[in-house]
Design a protein around this ligand. Structure first.
Ligand code: TYC
Length: 113
């Protein structure tokens, strides 16, 4: 554990007497976030995309319809934002679900800015 002395003391290497400890340096960081996107194709039925958005991303019927149309019109659309492992799991589950139903729909993840 690295102990951090007060801000001015830290910058000059420590407290004047070299032994005053105040608080531990915080080392926790926010996890990186990842967008999970659906990609458009010419063959996957619209109803199937809506089903995916409802089943895997817990979207309402109107929201699922809107996102499906965004994908259809713009080439891709945002299904959700997750930590790395959550996003990986969504991508895997959706791609497997599409594959087993013989639809070409693809789901990908992309690091947030
Ligand atoms: N473009 C498809 C169609 O016209 C619909 C579609 C929407 C496909 C979203 C994939 O991720 C997708 N049937």
């Amino acid at each position: 554990m690295k102990w951090l002395v007060s801000q001015s003391e830290e910058s000059d290497g420590g407290s004047p007497d070299g032994k005053t400890l105040t608080r531990p340096k915080p080392t926790i960081k926010r996890p990186s976030l990842y967008k999970v996107l659906l990609l458009n194709d010419d063959f996957t039925p619209m109803d199937f995309v809506v089903l995916i958005l409802r089943r895997f991303f817990h979207k309402s019927e109107p929201d699922a319809n809107q996102i499906m149309l965004d994908v259809h019109n713009n080439g891709s659309g945002l299904a959700g934002i997750y930590t790395f492992e959550q996003a990986e799991t969504k991508v895997y589950q959706v791609n497997e679900f599409a594959r087993t139903h013989r639809h070409p729909l693809k789901c990908v993840m992309e690091r947030e800015s």
